[in-house]
Design a protein around this ligand. Structure first.
Ligand SMILES: *Cc1c(COP(=O)(O)O)cnc(C)c1O
Length: 399
């Protein structure tokens, strides 16, 4: 299985040991606890000296099947699943950080992650240095000063900036720091950070892994020596994945490669289409040769992903006119689903920020993020086209 391609792994990896009754699908094991006639056996299982289950906060067969599938896809030794992406991120950070430690990261991490860096870690006396995203020289300088964790996210939300994982992993190794990468936007189909030198890879399984916007989840993958520590944090602190969610995400993952390939292909076409539009001031997509770090993206990604952002002329007013006109669209705060989803940065990724904070981050009020779904590419482009035409006609009425 380790040698198989990702399209084979999404279907087969991890499942067989967890099937029961000859069923071809993994069962949803909802039982909270497990029954033992033999007290010695129970005790040995509880101590972890023999395989088996005692209590669902520790281990659950459906959750383990999900962990086995994602760890195979990320070419990792082990995985630990959580109740949400943020639970995975915060648990990974709190497992390793102690008062006095230092973290080096970028300004453009996911909004919740940014709040951990700016609000919660300072509370426990952890110093966080947030560098300009894409400024590799600055990051190397900050890493060289010494740190416990280098935390990366690439491509970033919502401006699709790219960071060179391999380059910064080398800098981190030189000072003995751990490299954590949030791989949610790329998915394991398009990017495998562990192969680029990262120590731990994190996903919000809520997004592309599940793919159907009906279950929250998160996961951390890496070497067992590291994930064992994260597992211990989870079994005590309790943000474990629910078995129902594990089943839904496991089922969604079987089509991960089909979905992501279709979505990435459409996203490339849509990005090119957007570049030709009068009402669009800027297009952010790492697959475009005009993207400032297109070369790095080409080197470290197998595909450029399903998220495209555009800046509309006319800012929020233009978004307000155009958004309701889109037919094949959920106007929502999530991403990575089979349906196409549109969201302005102001109401989604950067809703916690003030106008000034968004301006410092270079996030325009006209920024609209598009999570490209699995619909036919031509339909999505035609839909955008009619919405732009409507927007232009509305603006003409105003002048
Ligand atoms: C959504 C998201 C998260 C948080 O995941 P939840 O499952 O919503 O907790 C973290 N990182 C990225 C890049 C995301 O898109």
């Amino acid at each position: 299985m380790e040698q198989a391609g990702s399209g084979t792994k999404v279907v087969w990896a991890g499942e067989k040991p967890f099937r029961a009754f000859g069923a071809t699908q993994v069962p949803v094991v909802l039982s909270v606890a497990y029954d033992y006639d033999d007290v010695d056996e129970w005790y040995e299982t509880a101590l972890g000296n023999r395989p088996g289950y005692t209590y669902n906060r520790m281990d659950n067969p459906t959750v383990q099947a999900f962990e086995a599938k994602i760890r195979t896809l990320e070419c990792a030794e082990a995985a630990v699943a959580f109740s949400s992406g943020m639970a995975a991120i915060s648990s990974a950070l709190y497992t390793f950080l102690r008062p006095g430690d230092r973290v080096v990261s970028v300004k453009d991490t996911y909004g919740g992650t940014n709040k951990i860096f700016t609000e919660f870690l300072p509370n426990i006396d952890v110093d966080v240095e947030l560098c300009t995203t894409g400024d590799h020289d600055q990051m190397e300088r900050e890493i060289a000063k010494g740190c416990k964790i280098v935390y990366l996210e690439t491509p970033t939300n919502p401006t699709l900036k790219i960071t060179d994982i391999n380059r910064l992993a080398k800098a981190a190794k030189a000072v003995g720091a751990l490299v954590l990468v949030d791989n949610t936007f790329a998915t394991p189909i398009n990017q495998n950070p562990l192969r680029l030198g990262a120590d731990l890879v994190i996903h919000s399984a809520t997004k592309f892994l599940g793919g159907h916007a009906d279950a929250l989840g998160g996961v951390v993958c890496g070497a067992k020596a590291l994930t064992d520590k994260i597992y211990h944090y989870r079994e005590i602190n309790g943000a474990t994945m629910d078995p129902w969610s594990a089943y839904l995400i496991l089922r969604g993952m079987k089509t991960l490669k089909l979905r992501v390939n279709q979505q990435s292909g459409s996203a490339m076409e849509i990005a090119k289409f957007l570049q030709s539009q009068k009402m669009v001031e800027a297009v952010y997509y790492p697959g475009l040769p005009t993207h400032p770090n297109h070369d790095i993206a080409k080197r470290q990604m197998h595909g450029f992903g399903a998220i495209v952002s555009m800046v509309l002329k006319g800012e929020m007013e233009a978004i307000k006119v155009m958004l309701p006109k889109l037919k094949y669209a959920n106007r929502a705060g999530n991403l990575g689903a089979v349906e196409t989803i549109y969201g302005p940065a102001r109401t989604t990724s950067h809703v916690e920020c003030t106008l000034e904070e968004r301006q410092i981050l270079g996030i325009s009020e006209g920024l609209l993020r598009m999570s490209v779904g699995i619909e036919d590419t031509e339909d999505l482009i035609a839909d955008l086209k009619q919405a732009f035409e409507y927007l232009e006609s509305k603006l003409e009425q105003h002048v």
